[in-house]
Structures are given as structure tokens and as C-alpha cells.
Design a protein around this ligand. Structure first.
Ligand code: SAM
Length: 311
């Protein structure tokens, strides 16, 4: 049976969009279509929903779930950094609300062949968009040691980045590291047994780091926030769900920087392409899931929803 991703903060995210009659909405991370379906079901008066995902498999699954609404749904396979062009292609000038639900879906995580999971044997892939050429194999086997260590430290906040890098480099000089279980064993073996984390798998942080690097997730996040703000209509809402501290930090600072205005020099949180002062932050503190939700869906534990409104 096909895995269906369980949408996180479903009611909270869809309510935060405050959908208006005749409005156009955009789901930048369609996944299994759970959020999209609720937007369409709860708001029969909206004019249309533009939805996209960079993963073709995911799109096919969502397409069949959204079939009853096909007359007002426009689905695209693309990277969300291109939302401005996509919106134009859909024949829409501005949208009245945008949802971005970051990270991978359970469907991607639970398919060993995609290489996202340290528990399932699979190739070192980790691409969300399988048309892209760079994979986790390339990073693990071909990235020079100093850069590899930096990826593990910066994107995984992995304290043992240096040790792990040494181990991986030693191994890859003998023969390439090719599968997820082999990689996860090497990572575990690099961390002293008494220092291995108890609550998470010892390879969690390194796998997160590699996934972020393969998909350029953090750079894309800054870009999509800026692009999203630029295509929102007056009072249109931008709702972003993040799943780890690096993502949430970027969401928080980028939104604040845009809200603060006037135009400031670009830094890691903005590229300088944004009209500063064009949004107002609705959630001073992020919305987090209720205990009931995290009990049913442990993946929701780290989720944070931040909302901003175009002014
Ligand atoms: C957490 S899932 C979304 C789940 C969805 N909200 C649902 O209810 O099923 C995240 C999705 O975003 C997609 N994604 C991640 N980064 C992307 C990007 N830069 N461009 C387009 N899609 C992206 C992934 O392929 C994945 O399907």
C-alpha cells in the first residue's frame, strides 16, 4: 500500500491562511496533498489552488487525491524557488495565501530506494527532485574533507563532524561508500559509545546535514520566502511550517528582516531582492502542535508554524 504523509499542524496551517472567497492560493510543497485537500474542502468559495512539488512521484499521488477539485487546481512539478514564474504560468498575477510545509514527506522517508533513511537499506541518493544530478553519494565520496566536515557541522550541528569525516574519508579511499546502512554504521562507529545520543539515532544529524546539502534546502528557503512575499496580494498570508532549528531560525530572521524595513544590506537571511517593510508578522511566537497531535504523529514534535501577512 502507498504511504500517505500525515499532514502536520493541518487545522492550524489552513486556518492561518484565512482563505477569502474568490482568492487564489498556493501550496508550495504539495507532498501527498493533505494540506491542499483541506484548503479545497474547507474553502469551497476559493477560485483556485496552485500546487507544486519537485518530486514527480509525490505529484502523481496527490493528483489522484485532488481529482475531485481538478477544475480549480493547477499542479506543477518544479522547485519552489520558481513560484513567481509558476504563478504567471497559471495565469495568476498575485496569490492570496501561500503555504510552505518544509522537509521530506513520510512517503519519501519510508521508501528505502530514496536513500533518506538511516534505518532502511538504499542507495546514497536523498534527492527530492530526481532530475537533479548531485546525490548524497557525490557528497559523501567526492567532497574534499574540510567541506564535508563543514556540511556535517553547519547543517547537522554535529559535534563529532571531524571524527565522522575522518572515518568516511578513510573508508572511501579504500572503496566508495554506497549505501545508507553502511553510512549509518560508519557514522555510529565514529562517535565514542559513551557519547552516542540516546534519544535519537547517532546518524540522525549527519543524515539531516547531507539531505540539506543535496537539496540546497537552506538557500532555497531564503529565496522562496522572498519570492512568496513578492507575489502575495494585500493582506495575503504566508504560512511556513519548519521541522528543525536551522530552518526555523531562517524563517524567523528572514520574515523579521523583511518586516522591519527599510531596505537593509543582504546577509544570510535575505538576498537583497526583497521590498523590506512589506509584511507584518502575525505569530510573535511560532504555533506548535497540541500534545494530542504529537502523540499520534511523533514527526510533528519539532514542527513550528510561523505566519506573516502582506501589508
Ligand atoms: C513535508 S512534505 C509536504 C506534505 C504536504 N503538506 C502534505 O500534506 O502531504 C514536503 C514536500 O515538499 C517537497 N519539497 C521540498 N523542497 C522543495 C522545493 N525546493 N521545491 C518543491 N518542492 C519541495 C518535498 O518533495 C515534499 O514532498
Amino acid at each position: 500500500m502507498e504511504t500517505l504523509h500525515v499532514p502536520v499542524l493541518l487545522a492550524e496551517a489552513v486556518e492561518s491562511l484565512q482563505c477569502r472567497a474568490n482568492g487564489f492560493y498556493l501550496d508550495a510543497t504539495l507532498g501527498s496533498g493533505g494540506h491542499a485537500l483541506k484548503i479545497l474542502k474547507d474553502n469551497p468559495e476559493i477560485k483556485g489552488l496552485i500546487a507544486l512539488d519537485c518530486d514527480q512521484d509525490t505529484i502523481e499521488q496527490a493528483q489522484s487525491r485532488l481529482a475531485p477539485f481538478s477544475h480549480k487546481t493547477f499542479i506543477f512539478r518544479d522547485n519552489f524557488i520558481n513560484i513567481k514564474t509558476i504563478t504567471k504560468q497559471a495565469g495568476v498575477k498575485e496569490v492570496d495565501g501561500i503555504l510552505i510545509d518544509l522537509g521530506v514527506s513520510s512517503r519519501q522517508l519510508e521508501d528505502g530506494n530514496r536513500g533518506f533513511s538511516f534505518n532502511l537499506r538504499g542507495p546514497l541518493d536523498m534527492r527530492m527532485d530526481r532530475n537533479q544530478s548531485m546525490t548524497a553519494f557525490d557528497i559523501v565520496n567526492k567532497t574534499p574533507a574540510p567541506q564535508l566536515e563543514q556540511i556535517l557541522r553547519d547543517y547537522g550541528e554535529e559535534h563529532y563532524a571531524a571524527r565522522i569525516t575522518r572515518k568516511l574519508v578513510m573508508q572511501r579511499t579504500k572503496e566508495p561508500i554506497t549505501d545508507t546502512l553502511q553510512l549509518s554504521k560508519l557514522i555510529t562507529a565514529s562517535i565514542p559509545p559513551s557519547r552516542r545520543p540516546r534519544r535519537i539515532h547517532p546518524a540522525t544529524k549527519s543524515f539531516q546535514a547531507l539531505r540539506i546539502a543535496v537539496n540546497q534546502e537552506l538557500d532555497n528557503l531564503v529565496t522562496v520566502i522572498e519570492e512568496a512575499v513578492s507575489i502575495l496580494s494585500h493582506k495575503g498570508r504566508l504560512c511556513i511550517i519548519s521541522f528543525h532549528s536551522l530552518e526555523d531560525r531562517i524563517v524567523k530572521h528572514t520574515l523579521r528582516k523583511i518586516a522591519r524595513g527599510p531596505i537593509q544590506p543582504p546577509d544570510m537571511y535575505t538576498t537583497g531582492n526583497t521590498q523590506a517593510g512589506t509584511i507584518r508578522i502575525i505569530t510573535r511566537k511560532p504555533i506548535v502542535p497540541q500534545r494530542e497531535e504529537t502523540q499520534k504523529n511523533p514527526r510533528a514534535r519539532s514542527a513550528k508554524l510561523r505566519v506573516a501577512e502582506k501589508v
